[in-house]
Design a protein around this ligand. Sequence first.
Ligand code: UTP
Length: 274
Amino acid sequence: MSAIRKCLFPAAGYGTRFLPVTKAMPKEMLPIVNKPLIQYGVEEAARAGITDMAFVTGRGKRALEDHFDISYELEREIAGSERESLLAETRRLVRECHFSYTRQLEVRGLGHAILSGETLIGDKPFAVLLADDFCVTEDAGVLAQLAELYSEHNCSIVAVEEVPPAEISSYGIIDGEERSPGLYRVTDMVEKPDPADAPGNLAVIGRYVLTPDIFDILRRTPPGRNSEIQITDALKTQARKGRVLAWRFRGRRFDCGSIAGFMAANNFVWSNEA
Ligand code: UTP
């Protein structure tokens, strides 16, 4: 059984790149064909053996709670019809997982969002999944890959991928030494560096396993880039003690926080399903 029982879903961002669609609707409810990004995320967490789904939301995000709830009228309406199967997976998640919610009162960065989730997580290691990073894998999902590594190494682990130079300034970039194929001991991290100053091209994507000491570190972490509390800065503190690994995950990621990535993900899933 996985040691990681809880997953935090930071979902309080404004999604300004998708306006106007995100004016009254959470970005995480955007669909890949007919399934919202957040459901893909919860399915990935469930496949990693996680049962507790903890959401950090904000104003205008109520659709997320409604999605992971029973919808009696709707379910009665489609009962016995062929459309019932369309809801089967959602209903299974609602039955088998526990969902909890808290709000990030001010949008002050991903590190601050994760700290806002402490009350839902407690003092055990936990996963973090950013639903706008949509990942497709052939075998184990990305969180399952991280959870397996956690059981061996017992420290924070981030998923990374190589990005082209033009994209380096959009990500947290790691420095580290490769200990075995695809697995790095992180020595340093920089948030959104200029490509010329970057320690490499391995970018952190929206999948993490974090040890709970991260909360105390986040509490002490001053605002960094963009005046936001950056998870990258807190991870750097753990990395200096040799307590962070990076895993070049098996699979493919689509950046669904951007319209181009979102369209590419939809085309990919649609052409593979059709
Ligand atoms: P992004 O910066 O990509 O998301 O944050 P955003 O702010 O919603 O999008 P744009 O840039 O305005 O279009 C990455 C993830 O971190 C969450 C977001 O919801 C997203 O899932 N986040 C970010 C928070 O929950 N709180 C924050 O303060 C910042």
